[in-house]
Design a protein around this ligand. Structure first.
Ligand code: COA
Ligand code: ZN
Length: 325
């Protein structure tokens, strides 16, 4: 039987938060409606952050209210504080994705507070959301390294996972915010987190900053992980992390995993059609490889000069044959 993997699209949150040009609300809604038909487990629609911190997503309410929901898909949003949770709950979200960093420096840069203060705020958020049927996921940033502090120890990561597990959140996402993760590290940490917290829905979130995202996904699968964030076109990046760049590209990943026989639930042809319209929407090329190169067996016609070369070969072969007779 094919192994099932679950995909969570983050282009409209992690991708769009980093775009210089504001993407029109109607365009965001149209894109999410198309993505809703592609077979995702979850879509991270937007974030309910301060519009001053992330102006690109200042239309969060309008987007959440405007989309057509597919009951097969969970709609999640990023929530940084109680104010964000209240705004998100008013939009009937399925899941709130809370965020903090396991690195003190990155947490201060991104969220403008200490990790301890973040944890206290997020504990309050969990309490507020706990009174509703909405699920809670916590995305832990810079788990595989911080661009300012370097490596974060496995014990430190496990300590933060444990603190949230004690709050009975449904899931935790281990985020490689700036593409510092490498496969053996990923496999080691994923095995430890799975073994210690079997009750948690675990997601891995990679960036392809140093070209290791696909290798890291395979390493995570080897450690038993079956849930991944990915971004259409490979858009994405944290505006408060030096050197951040695109997420693991959804269509590149699915192309590889389809070839390897995994069941991703996603209709790759349909998704490529949606991805093809992305450069026009964001106004620049996107880092997707498969969008540029086509699928592995998208074959090309043989060029005309090869046909004329064949004729020459046939003619010269005939002459040679004639001469030898
Ligand atoms: N939604 C809307 N507005 C919010 C808000 C929210 N969730 N949280 C704070 N604000 C507003 C406040 O009302 C205040 O507005 P004012 O200046 O008009 O009075 C302003 O933002 C500052 O509020 P404050 O409570 O002092 O927060 P802060 O400046 O310490 O910012 C965060 C804290 C977390 C809200 C902010 O840094 C943020 O949203 N960061 C974005 C993080 C992010 O998404 N990063 C990328 C993804 S990892
Ligand atoms: Zn990210």
């Amino acid at each position: 039987m094919q192994q099932r993997l679950y995909f969570q699209e983050v282009a409209t949150r992690d991708g769009f938060q980093n775009e210089a040009t504001f993407i029109e609300t109607a365009d965001k809604i149209a894109l999410i409606d198309e993505l809703s038909q592609c077979g995702y487990a979850k879509i991270e629609v937007t974030s309910f952050t301060s519009p001053k911190a992330i102006p690109a997503l200042r239309d969060a309410e309008a987007v959440m209210h405007g989309i057509s929901r597919n009951p097969e898909v969970e709609y999640t949003v990023l929530v940084p504080n109680v104010r964000g949770a209240e705004r998100a709950l008013a939009c009937a979200i399925d899941e709130a994705n809370l965020v903090m960093s396991v690195s003190e420096s990155h947490n201060r840069a991104n969220l403008r507070m200490t990790r301890e203060r973040s944890f206290e705020q997020l504990r309050e958020v969990v309490q507020v959301i706990g009174q509703s049927p909405v699920a809670v996921n916590v995305s832990l940033s810079t788990v595989f390294g911080c661009p300012m502090e370097g490596d974060i120890t496995d014990d430190e990561v496990l300590r933060w996972v444990e603190r949230f597990a004690e709050l009975n959140v449904r899931g935790v996402t281990l985020c490689d915010t700036t593409g510092m993760a490498y496969p053996s590290q990923v496999e080691r940490l994923c095995r430890q987190v799975r073994a210690r917290f079997p009750q948690l829905q675990l997601t891995l979130h990679f960036h392809n900053t140093r070209g290791m995202a696909q290798a890291n996904v395979l390493a995570a699968i080897a450690a038993g992980i079956d849930r991944f964030d990915a971004s259409l076109g490979g858009l994405g990046g944290c505006p408060y992390a030096p050197g951040a760049s695109g997420n693991a590209c959804t269509e590149d990943l699915l192309h590889m995993l389809d070839l390897m026989g995994y069941d991703t639930g996603i209709d790759l042809s349909r998704l490529l059609g949606v991805a093809a319209r992305l450069p026009a929407l964001v106004g620049h090329e996107v880092p997707s490889q498969v969008l540029r190169a086509g699928r592995r067996l998208d074959l090309h016609p043989v060029p005309a000069h090869v046909n004329s070369m064949d004729k020459q070969v046939a003619v010269s072969a005939g002459i040679t044959q004639g001469a030898s007779q």
